[in-house]
Write a protein that binds this ligand. Structure first.
Ligand SMILES: [Zn+2]
Length: 303
């Protein structure tokens, strides 16, 4: 599943190759690709045909292209759901079809933007832009209006985000993964940032200091920036960037996917445990687990 760095790589590719181009013709053939659009494939085609792509935007793992009217509330944008295996490819017009090709847009420079998706969890939707619910004034595709700012945004408020995390009485990793609290941190980067901070993901957020939570968020940003510099991290060999080149690499990961291997800091074997229907990877020595105790009765908590 693509994480923020992969989505950013795709966004940059679209900014380079698709922004400024007019969509001459478009066809959406994948039934599932159009399933989020009330009017189906025909509506997507009608609303994209003849439009000029004016921007490639991202918040967290959400990716969209702005059209003609640009960044204005109510203006159409093309929201791209990459799902598990979605790829946005740019080829020469008339290049031979490939397997799992579900949508294609012919652009005015004789290139073609293709949506290829083997597992078909992804799709395209043309939706209006609307103001983010976080009050930042940022315009987001309507279905993503609830998504919080991500750590790479100019408007990202590190301290306010850390305070919001500390105010919730639940496991810190659950909050790192909550896209309405902070966008763009997926399972891989949550595990990596918790390892860097030496904090077990099942610790209660309210029991951590503001400084520790700030540190975890800073690590999340750093580890994603490192991944981005190296071209994206993904364990899904299906992931390729906008030109079809693989963005696959895993060298910078310290714990994710390394169960049984020695911790790079202390040598203790890394452990994997189930968490939220996924796996959590951690060093039991650097990141001691909270005791599995009966939950305290709820009551006023010390801040
Ligand atoms: Zn360790």
């Amino acid at each position: 599943m693509p994480e923020l760095p992969e989505v950013e790589v795709v966004r940059r590719g679209l900014a380079d190759h698709v922004v400024g181009r007019r969509i001459v013709e478009v066809s959406v053939t994948g039934l599932r690709t159009a399933r989020r659009q009330p009017g189906g494939a025909t509506e997507i085609e009608d609303r994209l045909r003849g439009r000029t792509v004016t921007g490639a935007r991202r918040r967290g793992k959400y990716l969209w292209l702005t059209l003609d009217a640009g960044d204005a509330a109510g203006a159409d944008c093309l929201l791209v759901h990459l799902g598990m295996s979605g790829q946005m490819l740019v080829t020469g017009a008339g290049a031979p079809p490939v397997r799992h090709l579900h949508a294609r847009a012919i652009l005015d420079d004789d290139t073609e933007l293709r949506f290829v998706d083997q597992r078909t969890f992804g799709g395209w939707t043309v939706v209006p832009l609307t103001e983010a619910r976080d009050g930042t004034g940022v315009l987001l595709p309507a279905p993503a209006a609830h998504i919080a700012a991500d750590p790479f945004e100019d408007g990202f408020d590190l301290i306010a985000t850390a305070r919001r995390i500390r105010s919730r009485d639940t496991e810190v990793k659950r909050l790192l993964l909550d896209q309405t609290v902070v966008a763009g941190i997926g399972n891989i980067y949550a595990d990596e940032s918790l390892w860097r901070a030496g904090v077990h993901g099942r610790r209660r957020a309210g029991a951590l200091t503001l400084r520790t939570v700030t540190e975890i968020l800073g690590h999340a940003r750093d580890v994603m920036a490192d991944a981005l510099a190296a071209g994206g991290t993904s364990f899904d060999a299906l992931y390729v960037n906008v030109n079809g080149a693989s963005g696959y690499f895993d060298r910078s990961l310290d714990v994710y996917g390394r169960a049984g291997e020695p911790c790079g800091r202390c040598g203790t074997p890394v452990v994997r445990e189930d968490f939220m229907n996924r796996g959590s990877h951690f060093c039991p020595s650097c990141q001691p687990a909270p005791r599995r105790s009966v939950r305290r009765p709820t009551g006023p908590r010390a801040r």
